[in-house]
Ligand binder design. Structure first.
Ligand SMILES: *[C@@H]1O[C@H](CO)[C@@H](O)[C@H](O)[C@H]1NC(C)=O
Ligand SMILES: *[C@@H]1O[C@H](CO)[C@@H](O)[C@H](O)[C@H]1NC(C)=O
Ligand SMILES: *[C@@H]1O[C@H](CO)[C@@H](O)[C@H](O)[C@H]1NC(C)=O
Ligand SMILES: *[C@@H]1O[C@H](CO)[C@@H](O)[C@H](O)[C@H]1NC(C)=O
Ligand SMILES: *[C@@H]1O[C@H](CO)[C@@H](O)[C@H](O)[C@H]1NC(C)=O
Ligand SMILES: *[C@@H]1O[C@H](CO)[C@@H](O)[C@H](O)[C@H]1NC(C)=O
Ligand SMILES: *[C@@H]1O[C@H](CO)[C@@H](O)[C@H](O)[C@H]1NC(C)=O
Ligand SMILES: *[C@@H]1O[C@H](CO)[C@@H](O)[C@H](O)[C@H]1NC(C)=O
Ligand SMILES: *[C@@H]1O[C@H](CO)[C@@H](O)[C@H](O)[C@H]1NC(C)=O
Ligand SMILES: CC(=O)N[C@H]1CO[C@H](CO)[C@@H](O)[C@@H]1O
Length: 854
């Protein structure tokens, strides 16, 4: 009796103490139905609710689908279907082929009570995912799922960050919450949330795991006290919608992931040219001088950009009448276009809140903006002053946005831009907290978004209940589980408050991470409406899985420092190889701070071997155009000369990414997956599959140590053969106008014979084909050609294949693109005593040919 009483009191004490996640008893599976290509079950709470960060949901559903032979879908959602799920209108779900369980590369197994599951690679029996280490928790505002992992795993991905490319394995947290991030510390959430990781297990293969969720979350990689390695999702909402991608090789995982979220859109050819931008250019005359100075310095400038300086009072769709008057801006654009150069302008999401501003009034008429609880326009603070925010889920919002773009960028009467740049779309508000303490000066310093004008009141939004729109009765401002958002203690700090609803009844709490990508998608749609046959170009800062199908991405507001130069490589690797976003790059020479000459020279070269190549700086930073220093100008001329000769090789790699999902750039381990020395390499990268870039990375150094796998390479600049030995190589005396680049043996590259000062002029150049024989004496490669600008090339493209068998060079393939350009010569590298063997053509590019070389 006494002991019973005692345990009764202990039980009471436990209940009284704050519940802990360790008390949760998980779920049990019942009503299991196993089909040929699927499995489903009901999951009910296995014990009493623990209600740690909200209420445990009593009834869940499990659905397992063998979608393709390499993709397994595991979804756990609520039986009531109330919990928010990412809208299919935003991310259409991949089509399923319903393969039979026995034919699939990945197998699902589970225990019923408590419910745990494993995902196993069928061939080898390797357990890829094993949730038995902790109970599943599924609460109204907290979901936890943990998988055990092998010790010290090779994990990559998990969104935008400036940490190591190979992710930390102990005490490491990646937070998914899009936020503006200048001057931020490392180990923080940045502009893009991508809950996908690749797990590379050397010779046992590579697989990917994607959690389709836009909820704020912390993903923790750590070891338990007893040393068990794990990865754990801790979300503040949403469902568990997991896609397992079997690989087994790394490139296949990239392709399988791109198939789920959407492959990157093909870019216009001209966007591969060199771009210059700066925030703070005072007027249109100054901007014209930049163009003239590039010409005078003989540095090819393809595209000029203007930041918010062009706007009247920092409002979208307006020009500063004094410094950027319409007639002068139109003259500038005509001059650029007459020189085959291009022009891109910025647009921010915040729309100035004033009835004297037509874009606002037209948006009101279309009910296009987010609303507060009482139906008034929800106000924030941005460059323009008090602003409203487009509600991208509104039925008329895209039409309104398209119309504004058609009006302002009308080629006949407005600014005839060639592309658009979407910034501040995390979304970034200058309200630091929910009392809206302004943090930055705007063009209307007196404005403060507290007053609502009664005439603007309209019907409030839906309340968020309904199928997959979000559970009712949640604390949408302060969830109990506090993710590690670096921007502030609350998830609403510096952004649209998370209790604001969208017009479809969902809440910013659930859709915050989608905002930027939705803006980019709307901008892309507007550009297509403006020029239906022309490939659009949009650059976005904020991003989410699938963004590549709509826009390019740059890595945001970095710093003019060597460390940020190095970070740009890791970010390239994450985006291009893991996140399926191809057209990416950093602000060359750094955005904030003072660019230093040697660093800028190195960065001019580094950027030339990354997909998106733009020099950009902040208003507070001094000018950093390449022509300003002799050393940087020389580096830029050399870098651009090489880049342009290689432009069709790069274009081909981008075409592969857009048509197959193969990465445009990747880490060494993608090509040498069994070589452990490559797993942590993050200062070298493969551009396409033939070029290995090994830049000098130490501050002000002229020496570099880099890794060469056991393979044959050729110095890109000299053609000299270099035998890699699976060891580091050190190069000394690498000038600030040099960047070590190697061609991988086994590759064939088509280069333009000479560079040119615009990509238009470049397209008039013929080709030279370089053959770099592999260890087996053979090589292959390809060249994709089209007109460089049609949205639908309608069969008018050539996909040319090159092969070298050690004796005969063969060109074959599809030749749908009519061209009078030709292959002028074929150069085979690596002959005896370092000699090349050159065979002169020309051979046309409208049919195949064979030539016996040796
Ligand atoms: C796959 O199976 C599911 C469940 O049986 C079914 O609803 C769906 O239509 C099937 N899809 C295809 C493409 O066969
Ligand atoms: C999952 O894998 C582990 C080994 O990692 C094994 O001990 C366990 O039995 C497996 N569970 C299921 C449900 O297959
Ligand atoms: C990692 O685990 C250790 C205990 O093994 C713990 O002290 C630490 O807080 C954990 N880190 C995170 C981010 O969960
Ligand atoms: C362009 O070059 C001239 C001559 O070197 C220089 O005076 C001027 O400041 C430069 N202008 C800009 C905008 O860089
Ligand atoms: C490119 O070079 C051509 C020929 O030298 C010249 O006419 C043209 O103005 C140059 N274009 C630019 C943008 O510098
Ligand atoms: C959001 O929360 C704030 C602070 O509690 C409140 O003033 C506002 O009315 C709420 N907005 C909505 C749309 O519920
Ligand atoms: C071999 O060809 C490469 C690439 O065109 C060139 O850089 C190199 O100078 C050539 N080598 C010799 C010895 O001609
Ligand atoms: C190559 O050098 C780097 C440091 O520069 C080092 O971390 C790495 O372990 C070395 N790799 C090999 C295979 O020696
Ligand atoms: C080149 O050689 C291959 C293999 O012998 C042959 O199949 C092909 O038809 C030849 N192509 C041309 C254009 O002669
Ligand atoms: C010093 C600084 O602000 N560096 C930032 C440069 O950009 C990267 C990527 O956005 C950030 O992670 C750095 O913190």
């Amino acid at each position: 009796m006494a002991s019973k009483t005692l345990s009764f009191f202990i039980a009471l004490a436990v209940t009284a103490a704050a519940a802990s996640v360790d008390d949760c008893s998980g779920y049990k599976a019942t009503n299991v139905i196993q089909g040929d290509s699927y499995l489903q079950a009901d999951l009910t709470l296995a014990g009493t609710a623990c209600n740690v960060f909200g209420d445990d949901l009593p009834r869940l559903r499990l659905l397992v689908e063998y979608q393709t032979d390499s993709r397994l879908h595991v979804k756990i959602d609520d039986a009531e279907q109330q919990v928010y799920q990412v809208q299919e209108s935003f991310l259409p779900r991949p089509t399923t082929q319903n393969v039979s369980v026995s034919g699939a590369a990945l197998q699902f197994s589970f225990t019923e009570d408590p419910f745990h599951f494993n995902v196993t690679r069928k061939d080898s029996g390797d357990v890829l995912f094993d949730t038995s280490g902790a109970q599943l928790i599924f609460e109204s505002q907290y979901v936890r799922l943990r998988t055990s992992l092998p010790d010290d795993p090779n994990l990559y991905g998990l969104g935008e960050h400036s940490d190591d490319f190979r992710l930390g394995t102990t005490d490491y947290t990646r937070t998914m919450w899009n936020a503006e991030s200048p001057f931020i510390p490392r180990l923080s959430n940045l502009y893009g949330s991508h809950p996908v990781y690749f797990d590379h297990r050397g010779a046992s293969g590579t697989h990917g795991v994607f959690l389709l969720s836009s909820s704020g979350m912390d993903i923790i990689i750590n070891k338990t006290v007893s040393g068990q390695q794990y990865l754990e999702y801790n979300t503040i909402g949403g469902v568990l919608d997991l896609y397992f991608l079997a690989g087994p090789d790394p490139v296949s995982v990239s392709k399988q992931y791109a198939e789920v979220v959407g492959r990157s859109a093909m870019i216009p050819y001209w966007t591969l040219g060199f771009h210059q931008c700066k925030y703070g250019w005072p007027n249109v005359e100054w901007v014209s001088e930049v163009v003239a100075n590039y010409s005078a310095a003989n540095i090819p400038l393809e595209t000029l950009w203007t930041d918010i300086d062009y706007m009247g009072d920092r409002a979208d769709f307006s020009l500063d009448p004094t410094n950027f008057p319409l007639d002068k801006v139109r003259d500038l654009v005509s001059t650029l276009h007459s020189q085959n150069q291009h022009y891109v302008l910025i647009l921010d999401p915040g729309i100035h809140y004033t009835t004297s501003y037509a874009p606002f009034n037209r948006g009101v008429a279309q009910d296009a903006f987010l609303k507060a609880a009482d139906g008034s326009w929800y106000l924030g603070l941005q460059w323009a002053g008090t602003v409203v925010w487009p509600d991208w889920f509104g039925p008329n919002t895209r039409d309104w946005w398209t119309n504004e773009i058609l009006l302002f960028f009308d080629p006949a009467t407005g600014v005839d831009v060639d592309g658009l740049w979407n910034d501040m779309n995390e979304v970034s508000s200058f309200c630091s907290d929910i009392d809206c303490h302004p943090t930055r000066r705007t063009s209307h310093p007196g404005e403060f978004p507290t007053k609502v004008q009664p005439e603007l009141l309209s019907a409030p939004r839906n309340d968020g209940s309904g199928v997959m729109k979000g559970l009712p009765d949640r604390n949408l401002l302060n969830p109990e589980y506090n993710i590690h958002n670096h921007k502030g203690a609350d998830i609403s700090d510096f952004t649209v408050y998370t209790n604001i609803s969208n017009s479809d009844g969902t809440y910013q709490y659930d859709t915050h991470n989608l905002y930027g990508t939705m803006m980019a998608a709307a901008s892309r749609a507007a550009l297509i409406a403006r020029r239906p046959s022309v490939r659009p170009f949009v650059l976005t800062r904020s991003n989410f899985p699938g963004v590549g199908a709509h826009a390019a991405h740059w890595f945001g507001d970095n710093f003019s420092a060597w460390d940020d130069y190095r970070i740009s490589i890791k970010q390239l690797l994450s985006y291009a190889a893991i996140h399926a976003v191809s057209f990416v790059g950093s602000d060359i020479c750094g955005f904030n701070g003072v660019a230093q000459e040697q660093m800028c020279a190195r960065w001019a070269m580094l950027g030339a071997f990354q997909p998106f190549y733009r020099n950009h700086a902040d208003i507070s930073a001094p000018e950093q155009e390449f022509y300003l220093w002799p050393l940087v100008a020389e580096a830029a001329r050399k870098a651009i000369d090489a880049r342009y000769r290689l432009l069709d090789y790069m274009y081909t790699a981008l075409y592969r990414a857009s048509s197959t999902g193969a990465p445009v750039a990747s880490p060494l381990w993608f090509a040498y997956p069994n070589d452990k020395n490559t797993f942590g390499v993050q200062t070298q990268w493969l551009f396409g599959d033939a070029l290995l870039v090994n830049p000098v990375t130490d501050d002000d150094a002229t020496e570099v140590t880099f890794y060469l796998p056991d393979d044959v390479f050729y110095d890109f600049w000299t053609g000299q053969q270099v035998r890699g030995n699976g060891a580091n190589v050190t190069l000394t005396d690498v000038a600030f106008t040099d960047i070590p680049v190697h061609i991988r043996g086994g590759s064939i590259i088509a280069l333009r014979k000479e560079s040119a000062n615009t990509t238009t002029a470049l397209r008039k150049q013929d080709f030279v084909v370089l053959v770099a024989p592999g260890l087996d004496g053979k090589a292959h490669g390809s060249l994709y050609l089209d007109d460089g600008e049609s949205l639908d090339v309608a069969g008018h493209y050539s996909d040319v294949q090159f092969a070298w068998d050690g004796r005969v060079f063969q060109m074959s393939g599809d030749f749908g693109y009519g061209t009078d350009r030709s292959v002028q010569s074929v150069v085979v590298l690596g002959g005896s005593n370092g000699q090349n063997t050159t065979i002169d053509g020309p051979w046309g590019l409208e049919q195949g040919f064979n030539v016996t070389v040796l």
